[in-house]
Design a protein around this ligand. Structure first.
Ligand code: ADP
Length: 491
């Protein structure tokens, strides 16, 4: 099959979070299975140009219809760790992708509506006719809308769309001017509740809703989150739309790329290890302590890696720092704040804990340090308010770092409580799960893990190795996506 991903991220060249990992990892898996995969991305000024090989101009004069006129674009092409990527660079005063950041501009809806239009225009004029167009999140929700309402009539009648929702929180709520900009000119038709009109804000359109209504298949990134999105508030107002389209909606768990996240191969860690020489992990713990100037003592090391965002349960992340320190453990945090208030709060904590030899808070995004922390820590906390899939618990498992998770979304599909899980045999359990979003519940799970470290080190080590035995690679999800592609292709 010929598959084209249209996305706003692809790791490691453009990565703000898990979306980038997924676009890269899934593409790689599909190629390994013999399919032809290409990825279309915006050409941001701030992306990691050092991660692209052979960047060259692929299509010089792409004229993209916009507000009844056109915007001139150039399409560049290069390889990102073996994946063929096309980067769209518009030449207009809007400077859509020259903002020094990927997201967070006031005109984000226009930036990504334009990107979606430009990606389709590029496919059309370069005569690319993929079997499957795979879109991701709100940024590309308008792709299936424009494909089936506009581009189909220009010759793209045989393409099918798989639309993956990685996070329901951001849906692309915008004014109807986007319809005019993108050439979806029949406002009464598009601005109706069965098409793009937002279910709650009756003056706005909703990109993600458009993606759900028009795509041939829609999925979110774990089975449990698919259920939550339909039946609870985490669908963020789209539950009803999902209910209407439930026959084409499901949950497919993400994988992680074991070529990148693998303690046996990882170039960012000083000592490689596996279940066969698990004792080497302790050397990484020592290296991590040296790097972060933590004291070398006989203590468990707890970590958090991720965005510092309301979604991630920041109050519980904060509580886990002090709870761990009070229980005699060490704590390392690597977090990128998404709001200034959360950023200032953690900066304050960082200053407060600056001289503590058992704690290090690193604020910012640091891929390399993340690898060393996964390898050096004993325990990773993931106390999310909601979590569509979550990658950090799966990476933790692969590195023998026991996850403590809140039982939501994909966390519930991947972590099985050592003491209480009823569906898995004791030798299949791999972490600790708590349910209520409060300090007490977090302590009950983290406390049990620390207790096991202190009192039964052999059992603790056994539990870590049970986690390492899980296969959360792209193997199974790759197969599932191919099943979906095959299914929609013949419809
Ligand atoms: P989300 O997509 O909601 O941000 P996920 O758990 O799905 O969360 O994916 C997070 C990914 O981003 C993981 O690969 C994690 O290692 C990485 N990551 C998150 N924050 C940071 C950071 N501050 N520095 C380095 N890597 C990070």
């Amino acid at each position: 099959m010929y598959i084209v991903h249209i996305a706003s991220e692809c790791a490691p060249v453009i990565k703000a979070g898990g979306l980038g990992d997924v676009v890269y990892g899934l593409s790689r898996e599909l190629e390994i299975r013999g399919h032809c995969v290409e990825i279309i991305l915006p050409m941001y000024d701030c992306m990691r140009y050092d991660q692209i090989w052979g960047l060259h101009e692929a299509y010089r004069d792409l004229w993209v219809p916009w507000y009844g006129s056109t915007i001139h674009c150039t399409v560049f092409c290069g390889w990102v760790h073996g994946r063929l990527c096309f980067f769209i660079q518009p030449h207009s005063g809007d400077n859509f992708f020259n903002r020094g950041h990927y997201y967070g501009a006031l005109d984000d809806h226009m930036r990504f509506a334009f990107f979606s239009k430009a990606a389709l225009e590029f496919l059309l004029v370069s005569n690319k006719r993929p079997d499957i167009i795979h879109c991701h999140d709100w940024q590309t929700g308008l792709v299936p809308v424009m494909l089936f309402e506009i581009y189909k009539w220009h010759g793209m009648w045989n393409q099918r769309v798989c639309y993956t929702i990685h996070n329901f929180k951001h849906q692309g709520i915008a004014g109807v001017d986007v319809l005019w900009a993108t050439g979806l000119n029949n406002e009464p038709y598009y601005f109706s509740y069965d098409r793009l009109r937002d279910n709650f804000n009756d003056t706005a359109i909703n990109f993600m809703k458009g993606g759900i209504v028009y795509s041939n298949f829609v999925n979110t990134v774990s089975p449990h989150h698919a259920w939550e999105a339909r039946y609870s508030e985490v669908g963020c107002g789209l539950g009803h739309t999902l209910e209407i389209h439930h026959h084409k909606f499901g949950g497919i768990l993400n994988g992680i790329d074991y070529n990148i996240w693998n303690p046996e191969l990882d170039n960012y860690i000083p000592y490689h290890y596996s279940v066969d020489n698990f004792e080497e992990k302790a050397k990484n713990k020592k290296a991590l302590r040296e790097r972060l100037l933590l004291r070398d003592a006989d203590k468990p090391l707890v970590c958090y890696i991720g965005r510092l965002d309301d979604q991630k349960g920041v109050h519980l992340v904060h509580h886990s720092i002090y709870y761990s320190l009070n229980r005699g453990a060490q704590f390392v945090l690597l977090g990128s704040p998404t709001e200034s208030a959360i950023g200032s709060w953690f900066w304050h904590e960082k200053c407060h804990l600056n001289d503590n030899p058992d704690c290090h808070l690193e604020l910012g995004f640091n891929e390399e340090l993340a690898h060393l922390i996964y390898a050096g820590a004993d325990i990773i906390v993931v106390p999310s308010n909601y979590e569509p899939c979550g990658l950090t618990q799966m990476i933790g498992l692969k590195y023998g770092t026991i996850p403590i998770v809140r039982g939501v979304g994909g966390l519930l599909n991947t972590v099985f409580d050592y003491d209480y899980d009823e569906l898995h045999l004791p030798e299949e359990r791999n972490g600790y799960v708590f349910f209520q979003p409060d300090n007490h519940a977090l302590e009950s799970a983290l406390g049990r893990a620390l207790e096991l470290w202190y009192t039964s080190p052999k059992e603790f080590r056994q539990l870590a190795m049970q986690g390492m035995a899980y296969d959360y690679s792209w193997n199974h999800p790759g197969e599932k996506y191919l099943g979906v592609y095959e299914h929609i292709r013949h419809k």
